[in-house]
Design a protein around this ligand. Structure first.
Ligand code: 13P
Ligand code: MG
Ligand code: MG
Length: 393
């Protein structure tokens, strides 16, 4: 059967600041998920939170961008918003940027990542005798938070030794989106390994270019889907950080989990963090972790599922970062974070002006920029010159 995995994620309110949604909100979303399974809309669901974002992972047979599935998620997020309002939580309804989306909810605020594939997990199926996948969710992060780790996991044999094996050595196609193009989804497809340098030239810019999806060149199967959009391009103003989610299929014709998560051991610096305006390391954490760290610290969770023949999840899940093996990386992230914070607002510690464009920082900077005045021809300071903003152009 053709099966779709959908991840739909939104920040619709959190306790004590932007830390985590309340249990009541999560319970309400879980109850809606149970109803959707009973009604036959969805096959299976899992609800968790990473920081202040509620993430619904579900399976169904309705394909990507399906109106009913997306409306179900929107309504569940609306219900959680109502609870957040009732209890006076912070940022109630923050990511629901439109009044009522008519069809799918992509571009309406929530993050969406979806993969559709033929699901026939039998021993004789040479492509996918078993389906296993990971769900990544990040909080306090810019849209390109996964650019480096997913590139390394799918294109660099230093991280993914499997790329030296026959079926994987044909490489992967990276569909990269230009998130500054607001006319629509503007995509370029580049192939690893031959376009390796071209891919890096784009992916180095986490704020403008993001991996939209990754496709196996051996099978044509989609290996990964990422929610790469810039929230402020949708809202026109800063409403919160993008906090991307991703589905990554693993094993067999795709990299193995350890190959995919190894690059996260870098705790690499990304844009995001406090007020979405800083540069801090990405810390791998267990699912359902609150944001309580020093200056936030961007978080990423990663849980794994297997799929039964009928499309329902394994009876449990595997929490990849909930393990002492990652304690060292968490300490590394803290150390890197403390080092970066020691330079406060200076230079690389904060995002550049262009990225602050839509936040309150822009207003502060622009107020001052408008007061600059050109020195007179003798080089004297124009003490009496009118502020630039007051001068006629
Ligand atoms: P969220 O997008 O997680 O709400 O974070 C926004 C922010 O500005 C953190 O300081
Ligand atoms: Mg928030
Ligand atoms: Mg968030």
């Amino acid at each position: 059967m053709k099966l779709t995995i959908s991840i739909l994620k939104a920040d619709v309110g959190s306790i004590g600041g932007h830390t985590r949604p309340s249990d009541r909100m999560l319970d309400a979303v879980r109850a809606d998920c149970a109803t959707a399974v009973r009604s036959g809309l969805l096959i299976d669901t899992f609800v968790g939170h990473t920081g202040d974002d509620i993430c619904i992972t579900c399976t169904h047979t309705r394909g990507p961008l399906n109106t009913e599935v997306h409306q179900f998620a929107w309504n569940a997020f609306m219900k959680a918003t109502g609870i957040a309002r009732d209890y006076g939580l912070y940022g109630a309804g923050q990511d629901l940027l439109v009044d009522a989306p008519s069809g799918n909810i992509r571009g309406a605020g929530p993050a969406v990542a979806e993969v559709e594939f033929d699901h026939d997990p039998v021993k004789t199926n040479r492509v996918r005798p078993a389906e296993s996948f990971m769900v990544l969710a990040a909080d306090k992060c810019g849209p390109g938070a996964y650019n480096l780790p997913l590139f390394l996991g799918f294109a660099d044999p230093m991280y993914c030794g499997g790329l030296m094996l026959p079926r994987l050595s044909e490489g992967f196609t990276f569909n990269i989106i230009d998130m500054d193009n607001t006319e629509g989804d503007s995509i370029i497809s580049l192939n690893a390994p031959e376009d390796y340098y071209k891919i890096t030239v784009l992916l180095r810019d986490n704020e403008r270019f993001g991996i939209d999806s990754i496709v196996s060149r051996h099978t044509g199967q989609m290996a990964a889907a990422i929610s790469a959009t810039r929230m402020h391009n949708i809202a026109g103003t800063y409403t919160g950080k993008d906090d991307p989610v991703a589905i990554v299929r693993n094993q067999g014709v795709f990299p193995a989990p350890e190959e995919l998560i190894s690059p996260f051991a870098k705790a690499h610096f990304i844009g995001g963090d406090a007020r979405g305006s800083h540069v801090m390391p990405l810390m791998p954490v267990a699912i359902n972790t609150s944001v309580t760290g020093m200056y936030c610290l961007p978080l990423v969770s990663c849980i794994g599922f297997s799929l039964a023949p009928k499309g329902n999840f394994s009876d449990s899940f595997c929490d990849f970062f909930d393990n002492v093996a990652w304690d060292y990386v968490r300490n590394l992230a803290q150390e890197k974070g403390i080092q970066m914070r020691s330079q406060g607002w200076s230079g690389a510690a904060m995002l550049p002006y262009g990225e602050l464009e839509y936040s309150g920082f822009r207003t502060s900077i622009t107020d001052l920029v408008n007061q600059f005045a050109i020195k007179d021809t003798n080089g004297a300071h124009p003490a009496t010159a009118k502020p630039a903003a007051a001068r006629k152009r």
